[in-house]
Design a protein around this ligand. Structure first.
Ligand code: PMP
Length: 423
């Protein structure tokens, strides 16, 4: 059979079986060309919030196509982008007053880093250090890889990555070490910004920390005149139980990045929200102070229309109630794993749950990862463990029966890989 010319992301083509070909999506399910319904337990890389092809969002996209395709976003603007900016400012933590559009999570972070450095540069303040948290993930561009955890993923590109300062992850009982490390970096007077995933570090292993720590980090940053960039690319749009995770710490970051669930997961779009101070630092009759960033598809009108419809869904449907009951359904089902010796570090923040399967080999390249993934795939469950860490991040429309199926499969899978002697 002729090989497909397609090169898939995060895929070792020498090891992976043939791709499932998906022909349709609906709700929590992907339908393949063999007639199988695959339960999407990770929301297609965390983008789908309400469910695949939410009718309101699909209708907004259809209607928008009657008037728009792409429009240059310098010199020209359009209603979907204008309305969406107002809508985002209304629902985001108070004090974020400007919206810069881009097209992916990674670019929203690149934009944030450039805003932070531009802010100090334009005021003539020599600050350019970026502080991040151990195990963080912010994307796969050179800038975001630089800020993310180093490892097998970015080893080959190391010569191109810039240096950042790293805080230890706040393990339970060791939170003060994280705060002390941040305080020490800030005292050096060079810190432009702390870039952080609020409450849950996603690709680094679904590691969770308390909102109080986030609030304390924000207070330290503010005391030293450093900015806080909240990477809400994964945590935004209800994942952690509130619309944005920052709400739980009762903080407003100086810059907030959002993508993924911004359009309900239907189309690529990102937004970087910032305070008036950051916008104003770039506002000048001196053209050298311009914010020099653009990408061709900035503020695609159809994607903006999809995001506006997503805001409507949040306004007109009981999304927060749905999230609350989904969180409770997970909580009830996780109970049996908390006392089960085959698992450890069973954890949950809102609709995100994760648990470690106790096998000797840990880390992303643990053989447990592909074995578990293969097991779930045979059962038509889309679950992609991070090494021996199984996590779930379903669309909000999953049913109790869907969850029972998932948790029963996790129970069975652990036996198979532990007894199968995964090293
Ligand atoms: N930040 C976080 C926290 C993420 O989880 C991701 C993607 N998984 C990104 C940034 C990058 O987003 P994208 O893949 O859309 O570039």
């Amino acid at each position: 059979m002729r090989r497909s010319p397609v090169w898939h992301p995060f895929t070792q083509h020498a090891l992976e079986p043939a791709m499932n070909r998906i022909v349709r999506t609906e709700g929590a399910y992907l339908f393949d060309d063999q007639g199988n319904a695959v339960l999407d337990a990770i929301s297609s890389w965390w983008v789908i919030t309400h469910g695949h092809r939410h009718p309101l969002i699909m209708e907004a996209i259809r209607q928008s196509c009657e008037s728009f395709d792409q429009i240059i976003f310098a010199e020209y603007t359009h209603e979907p982008a204008e309305e969406l900016a107002k809508g985002l400012i209304a629902v985001a933590p108070a004090g974020l007053d400007h919206v810069f559009y881009s097209d992916s999570g990674s670019t929203s972070i690149e934009v944030a880093l450039k805003m932070a450095l531009g802010f100090f540069h334009n005021w003539g303040v020599p600050r350019s250090r970026i502080v991040v948290m151990e195990y963080g993930y912010h994307g796969d561009t050179i800038g975001t890889m630089s800020a993310g955890e180093r490892g097998v993923f970015n080893m080959a590109y190391e010569p191109m990555l810039f240096d950042v300062d790293r805080l230890p992850f706040p393990e339970p009982g060791r939170e003060q070490d994280t705060l002390d490390a941040f305080e020490a970096f800030c005292r050096g007077g060079q810190v432009a910004a702390l870039l952080i995933e609020p409450l849950v570090l996603g690709a680094g292993g679904m590691l969770m920390y308390p909102a109080s720590l986030l609030a304390e980090l924000k207070a330290i940053a503010a005391r030293h005149g450093s900015l806080m960039i909240a990477d809400e690319v994964m945590t935004g749009w209800g994942r952690t139980g509130t619309l944005f995770a920052c709400e739980q710490a009762d903080i407003t970051p100086d810059i907030l990045c959002t993508s993924k669930g911004l359009t309900g997961g239907s189309l690529p779009l990102a937004a970087t929200l910032c305070s008036a101070e950051i916008f104003d630092a770039h506002l000048s009759t001196d053209r050298s102070r311009t914010f020099f960033h653009s990408s061709s598809y900035t503020a695609n009108p159809i994607a903006c229309a999809a995001a506006l419809a997503n805001l409507d869904v949040w306004k007109t449907e009981p999304v927060i109630d749905r999230i609350r009951s989904l969180g409770a359904m997970h909580g009830a089902r996780l109970m049996r794993f908390r006392a089960d010796g085959r698992f450890s570090n069973v954890r949950q923040t809102g609709t995100i749950v994760a648990l470690v399967v106790n096998v000797p080999a840990t880390g992303y390249l643990s053989d447990a990862g592909p074995k578990l993934r293969g097991f779930f795939k045979e059962r038509h469950l889309l679950i992609r463990p991070l090494g021996n860490v199984i996590y779930l991040m379903t669309p909000y429309c999953v049913t109790a029966d869907d969850l029972d199926r998932i948790y029963d499969a996790i129970d069975e899978a652990a036996d198979i890989i532990i007894q199968g002697g995964v090293p």
